[in-house]
Design a protein around this ligand. Structure first.
Ligand code: NIG
Ligand code: FE
Length: 385
């Protein structure tokens, strides 16, 4: 299939200073789910099946590298309370744990499928999904198994919070996470994650948990520096984590550590939007040379949206990123955060994951916030939305 007459094509194959590798009047050839040729429409090879983009823009599919979508229950009441001034607290996670444990496999599967379909309609072609609302061996293994049915990007987050029944025995819970729970979940997961924050896990606990995950063959990632300053970023860099996510409260040392590492700083501006917190300082990270990704962090507590176009708009409006930086961070940046080099880029040999916008340029993602301009979504060359 040849997609031709693309008014603006974001390839993410750098051209000089343009990291987005922007082409105008472009075409993309897709064969067997992969991209086999990219260039000027006028130079395109003849092909039987032609899709005319009508001068519209095409971008790589969004790579949403952070979500918590295996859950039951609803916490809209917490959101309402926050809007009247009640601060977000990690403790709310335990409410979702109670609801999730009580749900059937079928209910969890149906809710997950509905959220995945909703993401796809908004241009997401790769989605990471975390466990973390089971917090027993059986419930974490179940969450990972269900997540693995829809994505290869599954993260074990048994270290989300210490569950209520271990409130007076947190060391025993860390033993459980690093022992029997890890053994039960690892076959279904690619990554291990820890919520390293006051009210969740300490830096030393995070080190122990990530080390156990690495020993079990998982790639480390981290929730860090979300609710206040802390050691999350330093531990993530020290453990060569693929990504440290949130990065809302950073010291100069944290920024320098990220800039000197291959750990991606994943910013989740939907959380600040939904918890009314100050946004992370994306400019400081980018200007220091850190690799920045943006993702949704869709979850029932701190941010219940899976709209990557909204994240792009927030990154531009609230975090002072250029639209080019934001779109790169939501596609190629997410791919780096997942250590994937087959997605996030429109170039020969890459997977044919791309989004046709009902707009002439990618700037419209930020320029027209809240407007459904995602016209068509291809994953592996197949229309999924
Ligand atoms: O990434 N920070 C920790 N976990 C989620 C929130 C989970 C919840 O509140 O249910 C987050 O923001
Ligand atoms: Fe999260």
């Amino acid at each position: 299939m040849l997609i031709t007459n693309i008014g603006e094509l974001t390839t993410n194959v750098p051209i000089g200073d343009d990291r987005c590798g922007t082409l105008t009047d472009a075409a993309v050839l897709i064969e067997d789910g992969f991209i086999t040729w990219v260039g000027q429409a006028a130079d395109a090879p003849a092909y039987a099946e032609v899709v005319d983009a009508g001068g519209r823009a095409v971008i790589p599919g969004f790579v949403d590298s952070h979500s918590h979508l295996v859950f039951a229950g609803d916490r809209a009441d917490e959101f309402e309370a926050r809007m009247t001034g009640v601060p977000y607290a990690a403790g709310g996670i335990r409410r979702t744990v109670t609801a999730t444990r009580a749900a059937s496999d079928e209910e969890l599967r149906e809710r997950l499928a509905a959220l995945v379909a909703e993401s796809a309609r908004q241009g997401t072609t790769t989605l990471e999904v975390k466990t973390g609302y089971g917090l027993t061996v059986a419930d974490e293994a179940r969450a990972a198994r269900i997540a693995a049915e829809i994505t290869p990007e599954v993260t074990f987050l048994g270290a989300h919070v210490v569950p209520a029944e271990y409130a007076d025995a947190r060391d025993d819970y860390v033993d459980l996470v690093t022992g029997p729970m890890l053994r039960a979940v690892a076959p279904h997961a690619k990554y291990i994650d820890v919520f390293c924050e006051r009210g969740a896990f300490t830096a030393d606990e995070a080190r122990r948990i990530l080390a156990a995950g690495i020993a079990a063959g998982l790639i480390p990632r981290m929730h860090g520096n979300q609710l206040g300053p802390g050691e999350g970023v330093q531990v993530a860099v020290e453990m060569s984590a693929a990504s440290v996510d949130h990065c809302t409260f950073l010291s100069d040392d944290d920024v320098a550590a990220l800039a000197g590492s291959n750990t991606v700083a994943t910013l989740l501006p939907g959380v600040e939007f939904s918890t009314r917190q100050p946004y992370p300082d994306a400019r400081r990270l980018i200007d220091a040379g850190a690799t920045v990704a943006i993702a949704c962090d869709c979850n029932p507590g701190s941010c219940f949206t899976n709209s990557m176009p909204l994240m792009v708009a927030l990154a531009v409006r609230e975090m002072h990123m250029t639209t080019a930086e934001a779109v790169w961070a939501a596609t190629a940046g997410g791919a780096r955060a997942l250590r994937r080099n087959d997605i996030g880029v429109i170039g020969p040999g890459k997977r044919a994951d791309l989004v046709l916008l009902d707009a002439p340029t990618r700037v419209h993602l930020a320029y027209r916030p809240g407007v459904p301009i995602i016209e068509r979504v291809y994953k592996d060359g197949v229309v999924i939305a």
